[in-house]
Design a protein around this ligand. Structure first.
Ligand SMILES: [Zn+2]
Length: 145
């Protein structure tokens, strides 16, 4: 299967999808100055990625400025920018199944889907265990504390 579906970002900040071979024109400002962000083999994954890419622009800005003003000191003391921490936490939430269990495969899939490095899942989980957020319940699964 070819990677025919592209997620692109316009210089205006809008992300949208287009099919390889066609011209990518921004649906907001009409510019063709776009940067390819990611490629997908099917239109459904692309649609999900587009939705994710456009939502967080406003939300992340709003959330991180709110969080930063609230707990900037504590966050800085702990581990770096709020946005990454929050992104990881949200990713872990969405990797949780109906039983409240996180499995390695789901964690890797969600990290990948969120544009984070799936290969760093072990250190992410390790960090969450140290923080007392997650507790291991088998070789490849964890629960929220
Ligand atoms: Zn644009």
């Amino acid at each position: 299967m070819g990677l025919d579906w592209c997620l692109v970002r316009c210089k205006c900040g809008h992300s949208f999808g287009h099919r390889k071979g066609s011209n990518a024109i921004c649906t907001i400002c009409g510019s063709s100055e776009v940067k390819k962000v990611h490629q997908f083999s099917d239109s459904r994954s692309l649609a999900n990625a587009v939705a994710k890419a456009n939502l967080p622009i406003e939300l992340t800005k709003e959330m991180s400025s709110r969080l930063e003003s609230k707990s900037a000191i504590e966050e800085n003391r702990q581990q770096g920018p709020v946005s990454i921490r929050e992104r990881v936490r949200r990713t872990l939430r969405s990797a949780t199944d109906e039983q409240g269990v996180l499995r390695e495969s789901a964690i890797r899939r969600e990290l990948d889907g969120a544009g984070l490095d799936a290969e760093s899942w072990e250190s992410i989980i390790g960090g969450a265990e140290l923080e007392g957020i997650l507790v291991r319940c088998s070789n490849d699964s964890w629960r929220w504390v």
